[in-house]
Design a protein. Structure first.
Length: 165
């Protein structure tokens, strides 16, 4: 029974991280910490590999590391699995966002499936705006149904009010 609880905690934490990523992206990165995130929305004409936006990697690593540490120094071992869920989400986020979408590493170039194309379209729509206002699609893994359609079909869907963002 305990192992099932730990698996549930890990999966629930992973799923909750999609909401946390959406919330942080919409209200923190496009809010009071826009100065850290802004260079991520600009054309990459800068020198060097890192962006100011990469600071968020460290910020999001803190809850995971803290959960791992707390699980060892308190009687709450379940916190280990909270940390694991956050860590796994971070790894998936890195692989999809930095490796697949932004091609910061050439580990894999093109996935070809409806879901992977929808993720690319949603992220492309988000980056179509270079300011902190008027952006859409702040999550990563959960995307609006409109992004499963080709871009040419979006206008038709918007006219008929068939988009549920």
């Amino acid at each position: 029974m305990t192992i099932l609880l730990y698996i549930f905690i890990t999966i629930a934490t992973f799923a909750g991280m999609e909401f946390m990523a959406w919330f942080a992206h919409k209200y923190i990165m496009h809010g009071f910490l826009w100065n850290w995130h802004e260079d991520h929305h600009q054309p990459h004409l800068k020198d060097g590999f890192f962006e100011k936006n990469d600071r968020f990697f460290l910020v999001f690593a803190i809850p995971s590391a803290s959960s791992f540490i707390a699980s060892q120094v308190t009687p709450h071992f379940w916190l280990f699995f909270v940390g694991l869920g956050i860590l796994l989400y971070g790894m998936v986020y890195f692989l999809i966002h930095d490796v697949y979408i932004h091609q910061r590493f050439s580990w894999f170039k093109q996935l070809d499936g409806k879901y992977s194309r929808a993720i690319l379209r949603a992220h492309g729509a988000h980056h179509a705006v270079q300011s902190k206002e008027d952006c859409e699609s702040f999550g990563l893994l959960v995307v609006s149904s409109k992004f499963f359609k080709k871009r040419s079909e979006w206008k038709k869907m918007e006219k008929n009010n068939k988009i549920y963002s």
